[in-house]
Ligand binder design. Structure first.
Ligand code: 0A1
Ligand code: ZN
Length: 881
C-alpha cells in the first residue's frame, strides 16, 4: 500500500514555533489500579492559567492509546460540549483560572509492545516516559516545561505484585480488600512528566546506605528479578562511587531519602533517570565475573554514573523543550566520561570516547541525518537521542571546560545550578552562566550548538632557522549539511605543543610574549585562518596538535612516516601518541592493495608493534589500544565509495602480516600476562586481560593448530566471562574444526542467562564467515531470539547490520532485503527499535551504484509502507532526501 495515498505525512515540529505553556499544572495526584490487561488510572490535575494566557484559551492535554472513562471539573462531571477528544489528546474549554480536573482512563500494559508508557516486562509493571510516553498513561500536558509535584498511589494484588514503587518517598501503605494492597509515594520536587516512573512486581532487592557530605542518610536500593540478586554488587558500588564523585568534583549532593534502581529485561534504551527511581536495561546493572565481561563492568559503572548525575544535570535543572535535549545529555555524558576517567585510566577512556565519536558521530554529521547539537526540527523526537546530541554535545561541554579551565568551568556550573534550580531552561542559559561566571565571551562559541557538520582543520607549518621561529597556520572549513549550506567559522580550542626530533617537549613562547608559557597550551582558532608564531625554536620542531582531542574536528596533517613513528614512541599525551600509530596503520591500509601488505611494506609498523609488546612500563590497556588496527567503520570515513570487502580484506591481510612477523613476541606477551588469582574488574587487571586477548586474536590469525589449541585451552580454563568470550570469539572467527562444538557448548552452558545469550547471538552475527547471513536468518527462528525484546534485536539484527559490514553489504543485496523486511515487521510492534535498526541504511549514498540501489529500495519500502510509524518514516524520508 502506498503511504501517501493512505496516511497523511507526519507533521514536523520546529524550534522556531516554541510557545511557553498556556496552562501550568501545580500538583498531580495519580491513582493506579494495576492489572496487566486493564489498568485504571485516575488523575487529579491542579491547574492554573499562565498570566499571559487569554481566558478563552483551551487546555490541551496530550493523550495516545488511552480509553477515556470519565472527566470532571472541581467535582462535577464535564459535559461533552466542554471537551474534544481526538488522536492527539483532549482539549478542555471554558476553564476557570485555577481548579482541579479529574480524569479516569484505562490502559492495557500487556499489549504495550512499544515499551513507551506503562508496560509489562517478565510479568512486572514498569514505565518509560521520556520523551513522550506519559501521554500513553494519562491525559496530560506532556512537555518538559510543565513541572508539577506528583503524589502517586499504586494498588495491586499483594501476592503477584508485592513491590510497589514510584518517585520520591513512601508516605502511606496498607492492605485493601480482595487480597490487594497499596502504597502512596510523594515526590517533593516539581518535575516534568517525562521523569515520572512506577515499577510494580515480584522483585528482590539489595539495600545499602550512603551518607552525604552534609550528613544526610540515603537508602540505596537495587531491585531485580530474584534470580539475579547475586549480580547487583558492582552496580551498587558504582552508585556509591558516583555519589561521592559528584560531591567532590561538582559539589552536588543527593536530595531525597532514597535512591532506587530497577533492572528490567525489556527496555528500548540503556537506562532512564526518573526522579529517585531509575529504570535500567538489565545489561547495565547485572554483573558477575562468570557472566559479565570487563567491558560490561565498565559500562555499568558509566551508565550508573550517567543516570545518577542526571539528578542535577537533567532533573533539578531540566530542558525547556526537546530541542534542548543536549543541555542535559551532552553535559551528563561529559560528566560520566570524566567520572570514568577518574575511576579508571584517563588516557584509555579518552581514546575510547574519541573512537566512538569519530566512528559514529562523524559519520552521522556527514550524512543525511546530520543535525546540530541543538536540532531545529523533528518529526519524532525519539530519533534525536543521537551520537550528535549525546557525544558531540559532550565534546562541546568539554571544549568549554578546556577554554575556561577547571576552576572557571566549575564556577560556571555552580552559577548554572544556582540560577536555574527547579527550572526548565535552554542551552543558551547554560552558556550564559559560563560567561557570567568567568567574564569570557562565548558569543562565537555558541555556533557549536547551531551548526551541524564536522569542521575540517588544515595545518601549514613554516620553520625559519634564521629567526628561530616556527609559524603554524591553521585553516578551518566546514562542509555543508542538509539545510545549512554556509557555515560561519567556529571557535576551536587547539591544545598543542612542539617537540624536537628526539621527542622532547619545547617551551612555548608565542610572538610578542615576554616568557614561555609551558610546554602545552591551548590556541584559540576563531577566524577562518590564523597564524601562530612560536619563538626561540632551535631547530625544525614536530608540532603536536589536538592533545586530548581538544575539539571534535578532522585534522589533516602532513606528517612524514618518521614523524609519526617519533610521536608514536615519545609523545606524552596518550591520545596523540595513539593517534600517530593509528595514522601510520591507516596510511598502510589505504594506500596498498591487500596482497602488498607484506612484512617489507609493514616494517615500520611491525617494529613499532614489537616495541609496544615488549614495553612493560606502559599501561597494558594503552598497549592493547596501540596494537589494535583502525576499525573498518573508521577507515570508511577516508574512502569514496566505501567498498566494505576491500577494507575488510586489507585489515585482515595486515593483521596476518603482523601476526606472522610477531609470533614469538605475541606468545611471550600472552604468557607473561597469564593470571591465576580471583577476578577483579579494576582497570589494571582489565587492561592486562585486554592485551592478552588481543595477542590471542592476532595469534589465531595464523590459523594453525597450536593457535587453535591455545584458544581452546583458554576457553576451557577461563575463570571469567572476559577470557571465555574472547577465546570463543577467536575460535568463531577462525577455521578451527571445533568452532561449532564450542559455540554449542557455550549456549548449553548459558541458555538460562538472557544477557549471556545476547553475547552468543552477537558473536554469530558478526562472525567473519561466508554463511553469516544464513546463520542470522536461521537464528531469528531460534528459541533464544525474540523480535519483541530490544536487546535480542540489537544483539542479532543490529550486530549484523552495523557490526558486520561485509555480511550486510554483500553484493547480492540479500543482507539489505533481510534487514529491511525485519525492520518493517518490527515497525508494527516497536517503532523506536525499528528506526534504530534503519540507521544502517542512512548513508546509502556512500556506496557503489549497485549497493545504492539495493539500500534505496529498502528505504523507499519503509517510507511508503501503509501505517508506517513517524519514527521510521522520518529516518527513511530524511535518508532519501
Ligand atoms: N534519558 C536517558 C535515555 C533515554 C531516552 C529515551 C528513552 O526512551 C525513549 C529511554 C531512555 C539517558 O540519557 O540515560
Ligand atoms: Zn542521559
Amino acid at each position: 500500500m502506498d503511504r501517501k495515498a493512505s496516511t497523511p505525512k507526519p507533521a514536523t515540529v520546529y524550534l522556531k514555533d516554541y510557545q511557553p505553556p498556556a496552562w501550568q499544572i501545580e500538583a498531580v495526584e495519580l491513582e493506579f489500579d494495576l492489572d496487566p490487561q486493564a489498568t485504571r488510572v485516575r488523575s487529579r490535575l491542579q491547574f492554573r492559567r499562565a498570566p499571559e494566557t487569554g481566558p478563552d484559551t483551551p487546555l490541551h492535554l496530550d493523550g495516545e492509546a488511552l480509553e477515556l472513562l470519565g472527566i470532571a471539573l472541581d467535582g462535577e462531571p464535564l459535559t461533552a460540549d466542554r471537551y474534544r477528544l481526538d488522536e492527539a489528546g483532549l482539549e478542555v474549554r471554558g476553564l476557570p483560572e485555577t481548579g482541579v480536573l479529574e480524569i479516569e482512563t484505562r490502559i492495557n500494559p500487556s499489549a504495550n509492545t512499544e515499551l513507551s508508557g506503562l508496560y509489562t516486562s517478565s510479568g512486572n509493571f514498569c514505565t518509560q516516559c521520556e520523551a513522550e510516553g506519559f501521554r500513553r498513561i494519562t491525559f496530560y500536558p506532556d512537555r518538559p516545561d510543565v513541572m508539577a509535584r506528583f503524589t502517586t498511589t499504586l494498588r495491586a494484588d499483594k501476592v503477584a505484585t508485592p513491590v510497589l514503587l514510584s518517585n520520591g518517598n513512601p508516605i502511606a501503605s496498607g492492605e485493601l480488600e480482595d487480597g490487594r494492597h497499596y502504597v502512596t509515594w510523594q515526590d517533593p520536587f516539581p518535575k516534568p512528566c517525562y521523569l515520572f516512573a512506577l515499577v510494580a512486581g515480584d522483585l528482590g532487592w539489595i539495600r545499602d546506605r550512603f551518607v552525604t557530605r552534609s550528613g544526610r542518610e540515603v537508602d540505596l536500593y537495587i531491585y531485580v528479578q530474584k534470580h539475579n540478586l547475586d549480580k547487583c554488587d558492582h552496580a551498587m558500588a558504582s552508585l556509591k562511587h558516583a555519589m561521592r564523585w559528584d560531591e567532590e568534583v561538582y559539589g552536588r549532593e543527593y536530595d531525597l531519602d532514597r535512591y532506587m534502581i530497577v533492572a528490567v529485561d525489556d527496555f528500548n534504551m540503556g537506562a532512564m533517570e526518573n526522579k529517585g527511581l531509575n529504570v535500567f536495561n538489565s545489561r547495565y546493572v547485572l554483573a558477575r565475573p562468570d557472566t559479565a565481561t570487563d567491558a560490561d563492568y565498565q559500562n555499568i559503572e558509566s551508565v550508573i554514573g550517567h543516570e545518577y548525575f542526571h539528578n542535577w544535570s537533567g532533573n533539578r535543572v531540566t530542558c525547556r523543550d526537546w530541542f534542548q535535549l543536549s543541555l542535559k545529555e551532552g553535559f551528563t555524558v561529559f560528566r560520566d566520561q570524566e567520572f570514568s576517567s577518574d575511576m579508571n585510566s584517563r588516557g584509555v577512556q579518552r581514546i575510547g570516547d574519541v573512537n566512538i565519536l569519530r566512528t559514529h558521530q562523524f559519520r552521522e554529521d556527514a550524512g543525511p541525518m546530520a543535525h546540530p547539537v541543538k536540532p531545529d526540527h523533528y518529526v519524532a523526537i525519539d530519533n534525536f537521542y543521537t551520537v550528535t546530541v549525546y557525544n558531540k554535545g559532550a565534546e562541546v561541554v568539554r571544549m568549554l571546560h578546556t577554554l575556561l579551565g577547571t576552576e572557571g568551568f566549575r564556577r560556571g556550573c555552580d552559577l548554572y545550578f544556582e540560577r536555574h534550580d527547579g527550572q526548565a531552561v535552554t542551552t543558551d542559559d547554560f552558556v550564559n552562566a559560563m560567561e557570567a561566571a568567568t567574564g569570557v565571551s562565548l558569543q562565537q562559541f555558541r555556533r557549536w550548538y547551531d551548526q551541524a557538520g564536522t569542521p575540517e582543520l588544515e595545518l601549514e607549518r613554516h620553520y625559519d632557522p634564521q629567526a628561530r621561529t616556527c609559524a603554524l597556520t591553521l585553516r578551518q572549513h566546514c562542509p555543508p549539511t542538509p539545510g545549512q549550506s554556509d557555515k560561519q567559522p567556529f571557535h576551536i580550542p587547539v591544545a598543542m605543543g612542539l617537540c624536537d626530533r628526539e621527542g622532547r617537549a619545547l617551551p612555548l613562547r608565542l610572538y610578542g610574549e615576554a616568557a614561555a608559557g609551558g610546554e602545552s597550551r591551548v590556541l584559540e582558532l576563531c577566524r577562518e585562518e590564523e597564524t601562530f608564531v612560536f619563538q626561540d625554536i632551535p631547530a625544525e620542531p614536530v608540532p603536536v596538535l589536538l592533545r586530548g582531542f581538544s575539539a571534535p574536528v578532522k585534522l589533516a596533517l602532513d606528517y612524514t612516516d618518521a614523524e609519526l613513528a617519533l610521536l608514536s614512541a615519545h609523545e606524552r599525551d596518550p591520545f596523540c601518541r595513539w593517534e600517530a600509530g593509528q595514522t601510520l596503520a591507516r596510511r598502510l591500509l589505504l594506500t596498498h592493495p591487500p596482497q602488498a601488505l607484506d612484512a617489507d611494506t609493514a616494517r615500520p609498523l611491525i617494529e613499532a608493534a614489537r616495541r609496544t609488546l615488549a614495553d612493560t612500563a606502559l599501561d597494558p590497556a594503552l598497549r592493547a589500544l596501540a596494537l589494535t588496527l583502525p576499525a573498518e567503520g573508521y577507515l570508511a570515513e577516508f574512502v569514496d565509495p566505501i567498498e566494505p570487502e576491500q577494507l575488510h580484506t586489507a585489515r585482515q591481510a595486515l593483521r596476518l602480516t603482523l601476526s606472522r612477523a610477531l609470533r614469538p613476541d605475541l606468545e611471550a606477551c600472552y604468557e607473561q600476562l597469564t593470571e591465576t588469582g580471583a577476578y577483579s574488574p579494576d582497570a589494571a587487571s582489565a587492561g592486562r586481560r585486554r592485551l592478552r586477548n588481543l595477542c590471542l586474536s592476532y595469534l589465531i590469525a595464523c590459523e594453525d593448530d597450536s593457535a587453535y589449541q591455545l584458544a581452546l585451552r583458554q576457553y576451557e580454563q577461563a575463570g571469567n566471562m572476559t577470557d571465555s568470550l574472547a577465546a570463543l570469539q577467536a575460535l568463531v572467527n577462525s577455521d578451527c574444526p571445533q568452532r561449532e562444538a564450542v559455540l554449542e557448548d557455550f549456549y548449553s552452558r548459558w541458555q538460562q542467562d538472557t544477557l549471556v545469550v545476547d553475547k552468543w547471538l552477537s558473536l554469530q552475527a558478526t562472525a567473519d564467515r561466508a554463511d553469516t547471513l544464513e546463520r542470522v536468518q536461521a537464528l531469528t527462528g531460534h528459541p533464544a531470539f525474540s523480535l519483541t525484546n530490544p536487546n535480542k534485536v540489537y544483539a542479532l539484527l543490529r550486530a549484523f547490520a552495523q557490526g558486520n559490514p561485509v555480511g550486510f553489504h554483500q553484493a547480492s543485496g540479500a543482507g539489505y532485503r533481510f534487514i529491511g523486511e525485519q525492520i518493517r515487521t518490527l515497525d508494527g510492534r516497536n517503532p523506536q527499535v525499528a528506526s534504530r535498526l534503519a540507521a544502517a541504511f542512512t548513508d546509502w549514498r556512500r556506496y557503489n551504484p549497485t549497493r545504492q540501489a539495493g539500500m534505496r529500495t529498502e528505504l523507499e519500502k519503509m517510507r511508503d509502507a501503509g501505517g508506517v510509524s513517524r519514527d521510521l518514516y522520518e529516518i527513511a524520508a530524511r535518508s532519501l532526501g
